[in-house]
Design a protein around this ligand. Structure first.
Ligand code: CMP
Length: 140
């Protein structure tokens, strides 16, 4: 399987509860390497731009408010099949449907406050990584 890179975001509900290290351990235990990472405070407009694909969804405004409500940790994960592997480690979007042992099963509070985001495909991974990081910041 090819080595891939994917964008991960540790969301405000998790940074507020000081879960960054516990979530990073899940990635590393699964063989994903954190090759870039920064803690930042998004504005609501920046969150809206990142999630523009969801603009027409009823939860869009709530999602943007939430993502700007506290710091997030943006990171790039690298590894074999990293996009799918990260989605396995995260678990289903709704924590009620997430498999035991996944990040969302263990830590997420609700479908909206679900602790982590991960890119869903190679083209979105490339766009999402470029939203947060320059090439110089990716140290594999
Ligand atoms: P994420 O993987 O970051 O991609 C889009 C986000 O929208 C998703 O995780 C959830 O946090 C959020 N989301 C999806 N469905 C709902 C919903 N029904 N209500 C509130 N937020 C949602």
């Amino acid at each position: 399987m090819a080595i891939e890179r994917t964008l991960s975001i540790i969301k405000p509900d998790a940074t507020k509860r000081n879960l960054t290290g516990k979530i990073n351990a899940k990635f590393e235990d699964a063989g994903l390497r954190i090759i870039a990472q920064k803690r930042i405070q998004l504005t609501k407009d920046q969150a809206g731009e990142f999630y523009a694909v969801h603009k027409e969804r009823p939860f869009y405004d709530e999602l943007c408010e939430f993502m700007a409500s506290a710091p997030v940790v943006a990171q790039v994960l690298e590894g074999e099949g990293a996009i799918a592997k990260n989605r396995e480690v995260m678990g289903a979007t709704n924590p009620a449907d997430a498999e035991a042992g996944t990040i969302r099963a263990e830590f997420a509070e609700s479908v909206g406050e679900n602790s982590v985001h991960g890119s869903d495909a190679p083209d979105t991974a490339a766009d999402e990584i470029a939203y947060f990081f320059s090439g110089l910041e990716l140290v594999g």
